[in-house]
Design a protein around this ligand. Structure first.
Ligand code: G3P
Length: 221
C-alpha cells in the first residue's frame, strides 16, 4: 500500500518527503483554506515538490460545464495534477467527459460512501476512487468495512482502479485498510507521525542509551 499525505501544507510535505515514504498528495477545499497565499502558486509548489507523483486538487464548481472548465484549468497547472471530482450524477458526467476527451485528465472521484458509487465511478472512467472512512465512523458506521467490501468487489470484478482510503483519523484505520487491500491510504501528517511511533520503541532506545552511558559514560560511539 502506498502512502499519500492529505494536506496542502508545504512544511508538512517537505518533512514527510524526507522520510522516503510518500507517493502522492491529496488536498481538498478545507485543507487549502487553512493555508496562506494564492491558490494556484500553492498548487504549483506542491506539484513541484512531488516531482511526478500525483497531486489531487478538487474542483469547486457544481455544474458539469463549470467543473470541466475548472478541471482543465487545474490540469494545466502541472503535469502531475489529478482533478478531484465529487461523486454524483453531475460528477460522473464530468469524469466521463474528462477521461474520454482528447486531453485525458486523470480524475479522483471523492466523497464516495458506498460500493455502488465506486462501481459507477470506475465505469465512468475514474483514475482513483476515494472512500471517506472517518466520516462514516462519524455517523456510527464502520468506515474501514466499506474499504474491505470495496476491495473485495474490485478483486472479484477484476477492477484495477486504485482505491485511496481517505478521511483517515488514526493508525488503526491505516492498518485495517491495508489488510483490506486498499492501494493507497491518504493520511494527515499527524497520523503519519503516529504510524512511525511506538511507546516500546522509545522506551527501548532510552534503555539502550542509559545502559551505554552507565558503562561508557558518554552517549556517542
Ligand atoms: O481526503 C479526504 C479527507 O481530507 C477528509 O478528511 O477528516 O475531513 O473527514 P476528514
Amino acid at each position: 500500500m502506498h502512502f499519500f499525505l492529505d494536506t496542502a501544507n508545504l512544511t508538512e510535505i517537505e518533512d514527510a518527503l524526507a522520510w522516503g515514504v510518500l507517493s502522492g498528495i491529496t488536498t481538498n477545499p478545507t485543507l487549502v483554506s487553512r493555508e496562506e497565499g494564492a491558490f494556484e502558486p500553492l498548487v504549483q509548489k506542491i506539484c513541484s515538490f512531488m516531482q511526478g507523483n500525483p497531486v489531487s486538487v478538487e474542483v469547486l464548481a457544481t455544474t458539469v460545464e463549470g467543473m470541466i472548465d475548472e478541471a482543465l484549468r487545474l490540469s494545466a497547472l502541472a503535469p502531475n495534477i489529478v482533478v478531484k471530482i465529487p461523486m454524483g450524477v453531475e460528477g460522473l458526467k464530468v469524469v466521463s467527459k474528462l477521461s474520454r476527451g482528447e486531453k485525458k485528465v486523470p480524475c479522483n472521484v471523492t466523497l464516495v460512501f458506498s460500493v455502488n458509487q465506486a462501481l459507477l465511478a470506475v465505469r465512468a472512467g475514474a483514475s482513483y476512487i476515494s472512500p471517506f472512512i472517518g466520516r462514516l465512523d462519524d455517523i456510527g458506521w464502520d468506515g474501514a468495512a466499506l474499504v474491505e467490501e470495496m476491495a473485495a468487489v474490485f478483486r472479484c470484478q477484476k477492477i484495477a482502479t486504485p482505491i485511496i482510503a481517505a478521511s483517515i483519523r488514526h493508525p488503526q484505520h491505516v492498518q485495517r485498510v491495508a489488510a483490506a487491500g486498499a492501494h493507497i491510504a491518504t493520511v494527515p501528517y499527524a497520523v503519519l507521525k503516529q504510524l512511525a511511533d511506538h511507546p516500546l520503541t522509545n522506551l527501548g532506545m532510552e534503555r539502550f542509551l542509559a545502559d551505554w552511558s552507565r558503562s561508557r559514560g558518554k552517549t556517542s560511539l
